[in-house]
Design a protein around this ligand. Structure first.
Ligand SMILES: [Fe+2]
Ligand SMILES: [Fe+2]
Length: 171
C-alpha cells in the first residue's frame, strides 16, 4: 500500500463525481443532492486525512519539488483545503438545482482541481522521491482506516486552519 496512491485514487474519484454532476439535469434534485453529499463528504474527509497523516510527514522527510520546499507546499495546501471547505459549504447555502447552485459547484470544482494539480506536482512528487516504501505503507494504512471510518458515517466536521500555525506545529 502507498499513501500517495490512495490520495491519487481519491483525486480520480473527486474528478469523476464532479463530472457526474455535470451529467444531471437541474430537475434531478434527489440525484443532485445525493451525489453532491457523497462528494462533499469525500472532499472534507480527504482533506482532513491528508492534514492528519500526509502533510506532517511531508514536513519531516520532504526535500521539495516543483521549485517549492515542503513548508511552502504544505502552507499552500492548507490554504487550498480551507478554500475547498469554504466553497463546498457555499454550495449548501444555495437552492438545490438552481443556476446559483451549479455556479457554486463550479467554484468548488475549480478550487479543488487547482489544488489537486498542485498537490500532485509538489507534495506527492516530493513524497514519492523522498519517503521510503515502509513509511508510505504505514501511512497508507492509517489514511485508509481514517477514511473508511468517516466515509461510512456522517463524514467529518469541516474546520478551516491557520496555514502558518499548522506548519509551525507540525514542522
Ligand atoms: Fe488531495
Ligand atoms: Fe489536499
Amino acid at each position: 500500500m502507498d499513501i500517495t496512491q490512495l490520495i491519487t485514487d481519491d483525486h480520480i474519484e473527486q474528478r469523476r463525481l464532479f463530472a457526474l454532476i455535470d451529467e444531471l439535469a437541474p430537475t434531478d434534485t434527489a440525484a443532485l443532492k445525493s451525489v453532491w453529499t457523497r462528494l462533499r463528504v469525500l472532499l472534507d474527509t480527504h482533506a482532513l486525512a491528508e492534514e492528519r497523516f500526509f502533510y506532517p510527514e511531508l514536513l519531516k522527510v520532504g526535500q521539495g519539488a516543483d521549485h517549492e520546499d515542503p513548508k511552502e507546499e504544505t502552507r499552500d495546501a492548507i490554504k487550498d483545503h480551507n478554500e475547498i471547505r469554504d466553497t463546498a459549504a457555499e454550495v449548501d447555502r444555495k437552492e438545490l438545482g438552481s443556476p446559483e447552485w451549479f455556479d457554486a459547484v463550479g467554484a468548488c470544482n475549480k478550487a479543488n482541481s487547482d489544488h489537486m494539480d498542485e498537490e500532485e506536482r509538489q507534495g506527492l512528487t516530493d513524497f514519492r522521491r523522498h519517503a521510503d516504501l515502509e513509511l508510505r505503507h504505514r501511512l497508507g494504512v492509517e489514511f485508509l482506516q481514517f477514511e473508511s471510518e468517516h466515509l461510512t458515517g456522517d463524514g467529518v466536521v469541516p474546520i478551516d486552519r491557520d496555514a502558518d500555525a499548522y506548519v509551525l506545529e507540525n514542522g
